[in-house]
Design a protein. Sequence first.
Length: 336
Amino acid sequence: MSVFDISLSRRRFSQVVSGIAGLGVAGPGLAGRYARAAGLSALSSVTLRVASFRGMESCLLPALGLDDFPYRVVFSEFSSGNLIAQAISADAVDVGGWSEIPLVFIAAAQARVAVVATTDGPTTDQALMVPAGSSARSVGDLRGKRVGYIRSTTSHYFLIRMLDQAGMSFSDIVPVALGPSQGLTAMQAGSLDAWATYGYVIQRLQAEGSARILESAADILSGHYFIGANPLHLEDDLFRRAVADYIHRVGRAYEILSADKQRWAKIVSPVITVPEPEVLSYLQNQNRPYHPRAWTGSDIEGVEKVARVFVRERLIPGDTDVRKVFSDALSPLLRT
């Protein structure tokens, strides 16, 4: 089976993203000073179906009062960027984000997705974990061991790179592809010898004393994430303006919270059910802030570098052209 399946029927898609949850709607009558200043009052007819990770934009924008959208927004939650990409390709959502790795598989599958912006972000929330009592002290110690990873995400990529650096490959371990929640359960149950993962689960495992970081991916990943939009609607000027406004609001949210991480932790902690001190520690250890912007040629070059790794691993075709996924439909609006 392909690692990125764009042939999803609506029924199959609903099964794949069974964890999805509608989080709410912001009506068009709530446009505030931000929207009026941007001249966006004409957008009341637009509905954006926005994909979000738990504890990210879907909770941050309302908490900061930045959800006074002059258009309708319906948030849905996903556990990984590859599922968000599949959702856009299946016309289930309109806007969402992911790292370079799902983007490579999007391009390989010729999915119906357009990348319209880049988000610079941290790489410190990505790591290869081992059980607390593991005797492993290096990646080389995992030879022949069961190692979990999340297929077609950053964890898939950095695990390949870590094995490379140890003079190993996937054939030297027993790779186990698991979703984020399944991986956490397997790790807590002791059925994995290591797990390549990301996000707040790292703090959760460390805090409960069940796992430790064997190796961080901070210096492996670029910190470039991408915002995709539904190409079925990109020719609509009102849709483009609404998406651009949404991206600007996200940028403003991260600008505010990067300067007040205690506030950020207080907002996020009850949503992700991680104690506030652990969330604060996670945020304070980030090596760079989130910052959305128009994409550049160097962003594409970075994705091409990642693609070459997956071509070498025979996970995508050698003729995969990542440039075709990028669209400059929003670039003029994001530079203003």
